[in-house]
Design a protein around this ligand. Structure first.
Ligand code: HEC
Ligand code: HEC
Ligand code: HEC
Ligand code: HEC
Ligand code: HEC
Length: 204
């Protein structure tokens, strides 16, 4: 990204309030996804989206924090996909990409007051219970691992992807193999514990 663009972005971020965009520096703590040495990183099927959203430019080049857009990850089961008004907060002020085909489409949805019908990329069977909050609280807030690495345990390095793809198995054996490992309870402590293995915690 050019210097001018970086400046503009910083301006936007300040303007939107430092409390909403966290431009957290991404400390590279270790290989992304290393917590589960599953040897699994075959790219899953490409899901055709209404607009191809470039994570590599937003979360990669611009380093926008994952949780600025996926705001529920730290406090609920789901992470959530951002609403259109979050995109418009920036794109209304970005004449330089206004005429790009994907941005024109974005404005069409906005002008028609329609949400973008994003499709699911990661989708566990309905009988599985999954909880983002517990994992984010543990690995990000307690162990203080960088956010990009933490999301990467289960999603791979989304910040380098041009379209979000599934790269992890997300099978029962795969989840359980991480739960069986010793995980630090918090940074600076040597106390470790495991994830749960009770059937009912992962199944309804
Ligand atoms: C500017 C907003 C924005 C930022 C920043 C962002 N995302 Fe996203 N994310 C989206 C949108 C929009 C989608 C839906 C389109 C898609 O799936 O490609 C999405 C989809 C995803 C998906 C797929 C969801 C599914 O259906 O399974 C994952 C996983 C994801 N993001 C993780 C991340 C991670 C990890 C980061 C940080 C490295 C991040 N995102 C940063 C906007 C964002
Ligand atoms: C913090 C500001 C910011 C937010 C929030 C944001 N964008 Fe962007 N987006 C940008 C900037 C800046 C560019 C141009 C980046 C570049 O030139 O590499 C861009 C580029 C894009 C592009 C590529 C355009 C092209 O073809 O060149 C798409 C598509 C896009 N954004 C979609 C979205 C969507 C969808 C959302 C909401 C989920 C969103 N953006 C939220 C700042 C933002
Ligand atoms: C321990 C594994 C794990 C971690 C860590 C994790 N996710 Fe997920 N994520 C999943 C699973 C599994 C699904 C699919 C859930 C389903 O289908 O019920 C998912 C789904 C999603 C989705 C789709 C919408 C939703 O909430 O269901 C988004 C977006 C997403 N994750 C973003 C993130 C972001 C951002 C982070 C880091 C802040 C993150 N995830 C960390 C496992 C994880
Ligand atoms: C990176 C390692 C890791 C991966 C991968 C992982 N987990 Fe976990 N999980 C943990 C740890 C550690 C905890 C305990 C968190 C805490 O409470 O401190 C946990 C907690 C949970 C809980 C919370 C149970 C409760 O007490 O409410 C559920 C449910 C869960 N995991 C399901 C899953 C599922 C389903 C998958 C696979 C899609 C998965 N996890 C993948 C490490 C992992
Ligand atoms: C850490 C979370 C977790 C725990 C603990 C767990 N499961 Fe699962 N289980 C899953 C996930 C995720 C799937 C979905 C796998 C898929 O989509 O391929 C699954 C799938 C299943 C299936 C469907 C068949 C299959 O193998 O795909 C059965 C039956 C099942 N689990 C039974 C159990 C029983 C019985 C226990 C307790 C001994 C248990 N599970 C404990 C996460 C878990």
């Amino acid at each position: 990204m050019s210097y001018a663009k970086t400046l503009l972005l910083w301006f936007l971020m300040l303007w939107m309030g430092a409390t909403t965009v966290w431009a957290e520096p991404f400390v590279q703590g270790g290989p992304i996804g290393s917590q589960t040495s599953d040897g699994y990183n075959a790219l899953g099927p490409v899901v055709e989206q209404p607009i191809e959203f470039p994570h590599n430019r937003h979360a990669g080049d611009m380093k926008i924090n994952c949780m600025y857009c996926h705001t529920y990850a730290r406090r609920s089961n789901v992470s959530g996909i951002p609403r259109l008004d979050k995109c418009m907060g920036c794109h209304n002020l970005l004449p330089q990409v206004r005429d790009k085909p994907r941005i024109k489409k974005l404005f069409e949805y906005w002008d028609n007051k329609q949400p973008v019908p994003w499709k699911k990329v990661h989708d566990l069977p309905d009988f599985v219970r999954f909880n983002h909050e517990r994992h984010i609280q543990r690995f990000y807030f307690q162990e203080k691992r960088p956010v990009r690495e933490v999301c990467g345990y289960c999603h791979g390095d989304i910040a380098s992807m041009t379209t979000a793809r599934r790269v992890k198995a997300l099978s029962m054996g795969w989840c359980v193999s991480c739960h069986e490992k010793d995980h630090l309870e918090k940074v600076g402590s040597s106390v470790t514990s495991h994830g749960p293995n009770d059937c009912w915690l992962c199944h309804k």
